[in-house]
Design a protein around this ligand. Sequence first.
Ligand code: FAD
Ligand code: MLT
Ligand code: ZN
Length: 464
Amino acid sequence: MRALLDQLKAIVGPAGWTSDPIALQPNLTEWRGVVTGKTPLMVAPASTDEVSRVVRACADAHVAIVPQGGNTGMCAGAVPDDSGTQVLLSLGRLNRIREVDAANYSMVVEAGCVLANVQEAARAVNRYFPLSLGAEGSCQIGGNLATNAGGVNVIRYGTARALALGLEVVLADGSVLDGLRSLRKDTAGYDLKQVFIGSEGTLGIITAAVLRLFPEPGETSTAFIAIGDSGDAVRLLSHLRGAHANTIEAFELISARVMRLVAEHLPNARLPFEADYPWYVLLEIATGGNAQAMEDALADAAEASLILDAVIAKNAAEAGELWDVRHSMSEAQRRAGKSLKHDISVPVARMQEFLARGDAVLAELMPDAGLIAYGHVGDGNLHYNVTLPGHLAPAEREAAGAAVTSALYDLAAGLGGSFSAEHGVGVLKKPYLEKYRGGVEFRLMKCLKQALDPENILNPGKVI
Ligand code: FAD
Ligand code: MLT
Ligand code: ZN
C-alpha cells in the first residue's frame, strides 16, 4: 500500500493530495453526518491524464477508489467505507470550462465544475443551463451526472441525463473513453454515455461532459400559492398545463410542516405568508412577454376553486427570496435532526393516493412520527421524509424506521413507482435495489458492473 500511495502522490504532485485527518474530515462524512469513512489518502488530480494514471496505478495494486464531487449526495455514495483502504479521488481540481459554443447551444465542462459556475458560464453567452437544486453552490456537474440529479426544472428540461450530449470517462483499467461529441443526433451503436450517467461512480469516473444549453427562458414569473389539499396540487398542475403546457418551468409542492421547519431553523428565511395553510405550491412560468400571465393563470385557478391565496414575486429579487425558501428545506431538515429520507416517485396522477396511503402507513406503524413532505410534484417525485419520535431507544428506532421505509417503498412500487427518484442508491438504499429491481433487470446491472469493473475497484459496496 505504501508504494502505491507514493506513486499516487507523485502522479498528482504536492498540491494534489492530502492525508491530514483534519483537512480530510469534511470529505469523509456524508453531509448529514449519517455515514463516516476512512481513507489512507485523498488525491485530487488536475487533468484527465492524471485521473487515468491514478486509476491505472490503483487497478494494478487492486486498491479501491471512491470518486467524490461536492459530497452533497443524499445516499452516502461519495464517502469511503471504514476499512481505511479505499483511496478517495476528489474531482475538485478538474474544474475548467473547456468551451462554450453558443451557436451550437452546448458547452464542454470538466467534472469538478461547481453547478452554479456552469449555469453562470452559460448565462455569460445568453444561454441557459437549466439544472438547478439546493446544493448548486457546492455540488459538481460530474456528481450531478453520476447521480442523474433532478432538481426543480425537470418538468420542462428533464434530469441530468437529458442534459448531457457527450461524456469523457476514465474506465476501471485507466483507459479513457472519449465521447465528447456535441451532437443531438448520433445513432452509431450503443449510447454508452447513458450507462455512466446515474452509475454513481461504480462503472467509470466522469472527467468531462458536453452539456446541452437552451435559449434563456426570457421573462419568468414566480408565485408561492397556498392550497387546501395535496390533491389540489395535481389538479392545479393539470389545469395550468391546459394553457401553459410548455411554459411551466417549475412546480413544487410543499407541506405546512416543512414551512414551519424552515421558519424554526432558518430565521433569516423570508416566508411568503403570515397565515398557515395546509399545503403550498411554488410555481414558475415563462411569461412569453405577457406581464399579466401569472395573474391571469391564478385568477383562472381561483375561479376553479383550486387555490386559497398567492404571493406573486414583483421582481427577480423577490423571486429569489421565494426560491431561497424552497432551496433551504434540506438544510432546515438537517438542523431539525435525524430523519428518514424517502425520495420516491409515482406517476403524477397517483401522487395523492401515495400521500393518503402513506399517511395510513405512518398512522399504523409510527403514529407519533413527523412527516416532512415536499417535492417535485410536476415530475411525480415526492420527498416523503419522516422524523422518528425522540423517545425510542436506538435499536427500536432502527427497527421501526426500517419497517416504515419498507412499507412506503412497497406502496410506491405498488403504484408503479420507484424507491429512488433522483437521489440515487449509494449505500443507504443499496438493500432495496435487488428487491425492487430484481430478476432480469438486476442481473443485467450485475453483468454491466462485471464487464466494466471486473476487479470491483470503482466505488465497491455502493449501488450493487
Ligand atoms: P457527490 O455527493 O460527491 O457524489 C455522489 C455520487 O456520485 C457518489 O457515488 C460519487 O462516488 C459519485 N461521483 C461524484 N463525482 C463523480 C464523477 N465525476 N464520476 C463518477 N462518479 C462520481 N439532488 C437532486 O437530484 N435534486 C435535488 O433537488 C437535490 N437537492 C439537494 C439539496 C441540498 C441542500 C443538498 C445538500 C443536496 C441535494 N441533492 C439533490 C442531492 C445532491 O446535491 C445531488 O445528488 C448531486 O447531484 C450530487 O453532486 P455532488 O457533486 O455533491 O456528488
Ligand atoms: C430537495 O428537493 O430539496 C431535496 O432533493 C430533498 C431532500 O433533502 O430530501
Ligand atoms: Zn429533490
